[in-house]
Ligand binder design. Structure first.
Ligand code: MSP
Length: 503
């Protein structure tokens, strides 16, 4: 990671056809955790999210609601932004595909691929799923329904522009098999069997339909919503908020990390890499997570089993939701969402292991040292041993996050907390008669509470920022080992209070 200077992080841009649920919050939380982590490592970060506002589905939805499409989506987009604020998602740019900057970029890319002969006109004949905004061949359908969402598909035939992708079949198949671009790697096999073996050129326009970006020089067509949406990841560099230029994309010291849910792997791991190759850009890391499921079914607006993240945040706080999502779902696999699980997680870890540790330490510091953190150094065997272990854990956390291993990161953090709690139990400061030893224990605890708080900060920024601000205004992993002493602390600090689970 040392050679990486800048990190570009994206989430899928969500459809504003309804408010977002906890599943969307999961993707965006992962991205935010990585963004915060990289910033603490001292990397320059550009983190974007946004809304995918064109397409037939949104057009029909707005019509049903008797509203102008733009007015309809704008209201929902406001709710997206409100959710991200409440969830402490600190993006640098929120891109809307109705933004002029994006629209003109999409047209520019379309035109340049057309001029290169990579886009051509032909006749599309096949099936379309409005809900997923995707095309399918007859063979790909499952019992005449959409193989992704199980809904009805529409058969049609129309003149269309096509993107040459079939010519890249060999290349994409080798890239996915041999390069580390799609995580987890087992998804590659599914793609091979279902889509790559029969890869056909992609229709990238729609006729007789106006809610989209116009094909340059041909007003009869709008650009297919997925081609439009994927290009948001490049349009962002044209915004004044962008700290990077598109020319940074290919640099060796630029890391590109794109989060997505498993149902849109097909677009991100086949068409998107091919588009990137066609415009001479290097491959990103595609991190595809599984679904949040409720009673065995994908949490989804159309199934009607969604959990509103705003309600969860209002009841339990944003840290509780963020921590639960990252800890509870094993990255890449589906994970169950339950309120009981969230409460157990919160009480068992954030309250018992973290908040209580801080409060105990602050109150011992007040009791034994009149609130002033003593100055000491490491000399006791227990401290020497623990310090070695904690150093290892810290390094391990940094290594795990180089590989986007969120679950190991959380497990290591919990391990760290367990070790610090055990240190109190083993050194029994309340029985210690030797003043120097007592100083060492309390000093060490305060210092390592600071370190663990820094390490926890990307996961639970709200409450950890309160703790970090007590000590140091500049939050950075380079401060993991700063010496905190001769410093006045409050008598007590209760960050998280136990949630009573009456049910
Ligand atoms: N607009 C497209 C994405 C275009 S990106 C160039 C789209 N939007 S969406 O609103 O349907 O959002 C899909 C994404 O939301 C998933 O890829 C995933 O990140 C997230 N999730 C939606 N439901 C989810 C779960 N039940 N569980 C986890 N994530 C979920 O597709």
């Amino acid at each position: 990671m040392s050679n990486i200077k800048r990190t570009y992080i994206t989430t899928p841009i969500y459809y504003p056809n309804a408010n977002l649920h906890v599943g969307h919050a999961y993707t965006t939380t992962l991205a935010d955790v990585l963004a915060r982590f990289r910033k603490l490592e001292g990397k320059e970060v550009f983190f974007i999210t946004g809304s995918d506002e064109h397409g037939q589905k949104l057009f029909d939805k707005a019509k049903e609601a008797n509203q102008e499409v733009f007015t309809y989506v704008t209201n929902i987009v406001e709710n997206f932004k409100n959710l991200w604020k409440k969830l402490d998602i600190k993006y640098d740019l929120f891109i809307r595909t109705t933004d002029e900057i994006h629209k003109s970029n999409v047209q520019k890319v379309f035109q340049s691929l057309y001029e290169k002969g990579l886009i051509y006109k032909g006749i599309y004949s096949g099936f379309y799923c409005k809900s997923d905004e995707s095309y399918f061949t007859e063979k790909q359908l499952k019992e005449h329904k959409c193989p992704e969402c199980g809904k009805d598909v529409e058969k049609f035939e129309e003149e269309s522009f096509f993107l040459k992708v079939s010519a890249f079949k060999e290349w994409i198949s080798n890239t996915l098999k041999n390069d580390d671009i799609l995580f987890p790697h087992f998804r590659v096999n599914e793609l091979m069997n279902n889509f790559i073996d029969d890869l056909e050129d992609l229709s990238i326009s729609r006729k007789n339909f106006t809610w989209g970006i116009k094909v340059p020089n041909d007003d009869n067509y709008v650009i297919y919503v997925w081609f439009d949406a994927l290009l948001n990841y490049l349009s962002t560099f044209n915004y004044p908020e962008s700290p990077f230029a598109l020319s940074d994309w290919n640099k060796d010291d630029t890391e590109i990390v794109q989060f997505l849910g498993k149902e849109i792997i097909r677009f991100h791991a086949i068409y998107w890499p091919i588009i990137l190759k066609e415009v001479d850009l290097k491959m990103p890391k595609l991190l595809a997570h599984g679904w949040l499921v409720v009673d065995g079914q994908k949490m989804s607006k159309s199934i009607g089993n969604v959990v509103d993240p705003i309600e969860i945040i209002d009841t339990f706080g944003s840290d509780a939701l963020r921590f639960y999502l990252v800890k509870n779902i094993s990255f890449g696999n589906d994970g169950k969402f339950s309120i009981e699980g969230l409460i157990d997680n919160f009480n068992g870890i954030l309250v018992n292991k973290y908040s209580n540790l801080i409060n105990r330490t602050f109150s011992m510091n007040a009791k034994y040292f009149n609130k002033i953190v003593p100055n000491a150094s490491i000399s006791m065997n227990q401290t020497i041993l623990l310090d070695k272990e904690l150093n290892e854990i810290q390094n391990e956390i940094l290594l795990k996050m180089e590989k986007y291993n969120f679950n190991s990161y959380v497990d290591l953090v919990i391990n760290y907390l367990d070790k610090l709690n055990l240190y109190i139990d083993q050194t029994t400061p309340w029985l210690e008669k030797d003043e120097n030893k007592l100083k060492e224990i309390i000093w060490y605890l305060v210092n390592r509470i600071y370190s663990i708080t820094l390490l926890l900060n990307p996961l639970i920024p709200q409450k950890t920022n309160l703790v970090l601000d007590i000590f140091e205004k500049e939050h950075s992993f380079k401060n993991l080992f700063i010496n905190i002493s001769n410093f006045e602390l409050e008598t007590s600090l209760i960050l998280f209070e136990r949630i009573k689970n009456d049910e």
